[in-house]
Design a protein around this ligand. Sequence first.
Ligand code: GAL
Length: 674
Amino acid sequence: MPNQPRGHTHPALASPGIVLGCDYNFEQWPASVWDQDMALMRAAGIDLVAINIFGWSAIEPQPGRYDFAALDQIMDLLHANGVRVNLGTGTASPPPWLTHQHPEVLPVTADGTTRFPGGRQAWCPSSPVFRQHALALVEQVARRYGNHPALAMWHVSNELGCHNALCYDDTSAQAFRTWLADRYGDLDTLNQAWGTAFWSQRYGDWAEIQPPRLALSARNPAQLLDFQRFSSDALLDCYLAEEQVLRRHSSAPVTTNFMVTAHIRNLDYWKWAPAMDLIANDHYLDHRLADPVAELSFAADLTRGLAGGRPWMLMEQAVGAVNWQPYNLPKAPGQLLRNSLTHVARGADSLCFFQWRASAQGTEKFHSAIVPHAGTETTAWREVLELSSTLDRLAEITGSTVEADTALLFDWESWWATDTEARPSQGVRYLDQVHAAYRALRELGVTTDIVAPSADLSRYRAVIVPCLHLVRDTDAAALSDYVRAGGHAVVTFYSGIVDEHDRVRLGGYPGAFRDLLGVTVEEFVPLLPGDETTLASGARAGTWTELLRTTGAETIDSYADGPLPGVPAVTRNRHGSGQAWYVATALDPADLRDVLRRALREAGATAAGPESDGTVEVVRRRGGQHRYTFVVNHGAKEIEHHLTGHELITGEHVGTVLRVPAGAVRVVRQEQSR
Ligand code: GAL
């Protein structure tokens, strides 16, 4: 597979079980608190702490003058207490002296406004001045701690691109031009790729090209798309530059924390993943979403996809509330364990929290932590202890892998192309469509791998392709070959429309998939917000319809009313020895579930668990001679699940029926059946 990280997983961390960890911002506390922290960390069974993430101004208080006294002390203290270190390179946020002396490193937004220091990540990814200072720091840190016995792994910067992914200053403009020259070679090729014949945008000199700064009208979509690619590459380059320094001084694994989450979309992690020694993700429940818990499962599955199916690390999650959403909800009793074990069920072998001790000052003073403001006589503390002992009981699952025979194709480039400025309907948002398909699969009890469009699909019984608006020729051909060879695909609307340059594939939509699906579409017919249409089967749909004609496919359902009565809305096409379904509208959740249930049944895909409204999740991991079945009960009633084996959390034998109390999780070990 192309998206494989280099291969260290938790054996590289030399951990015999599931790692429990957290960020430890010791700089925020006097040394007198550190000793208490060590005792409490031992009590909580903390294996790993991330330190020095925001340490720059402490360890380099003046340019070129380093002060490692506190960091030395804490490294030794942690080591003496058996806690291993995930050591930050410290470059996430520049110290005030750097932005004061070199204001040219500050980021600039699309409207040309400088973003000032005072928050964090106030630096331009393409700035050579920032790079020079950051690498000088990394050199010092790597040299000093590269062989420290407490060092388990390196944590480059922090959430690269969380705030500063898109920078539009003159330095970025120049770097963008260089990136474009590498990609296109000459201006004629670039003019072709960007379609600059439109609106008199033809470039005659590289110097004329700008980053897509805000304009009076919508901007060139191909330019926007390339700027997204460039910006993702620029940050990856920052990572690689630091990594190179670390490797000179240390053999510990190197990674950074990804943000596979609903509100961050600027990094193409399919390109980043192969550069990581292990895949680490930060995940926070997002209460702005319709179904935050389903999104957690989605993010976990996508992180596993980035890890090439291998175990991965949850680098950050919250014990309770965060502080950065409009309304910051704590976790309900038991939810910490449920959320955590959902990540484990879906492939995490390490669970880390942001953060150890709740800050008393600063922007994050109202963010939850393992040691809350109220101390250890608290539910949060007790629940972390419970999680810790539960993870001890699950130690043997470390290294096992998740079983799935259904895949969902996901792509950051398609996200960028779908959600661009001038489009048929603002109501079609990539992630909404992906989440809708994922939720349906989850509610059908199906475990899904989430993979890149270029992944090898041959081992899957079914492949779901939601809203893959941009698709490359080779990936479209691979999907077609997969179906021809006997695979089953379900493609949803607005897929296959443009190529990698955002150029429409002519001759009828969905150009890339017309033959595969046996349909052709003349025109998009979006619906206004709130409008709905009914299908012949009684199914309901909204957002989108298409003037579609079958050219070989069978009509499964068609519109009974709305703008296109009688026009096919759901089709199925025999293609070689396989089947390709097309869903040309945004079906209501229950109706989308019906279509997927039928398609998956025909494909012979496995459902690990029962159908539910999402309150029950069953996921299986397999390792050595054993299968581990995780049953997560998010509901308010006890459930029963039929299986036999040994339950690891309670230590009980399960005869034929596993009972999972309301809100609980159970993990059953069975001998491998095949
Ligand atoms: C992450 C970040 C942490 C902390 C956390 C709060 O974005 O990496 O440093 O800010 O969010 O939720």
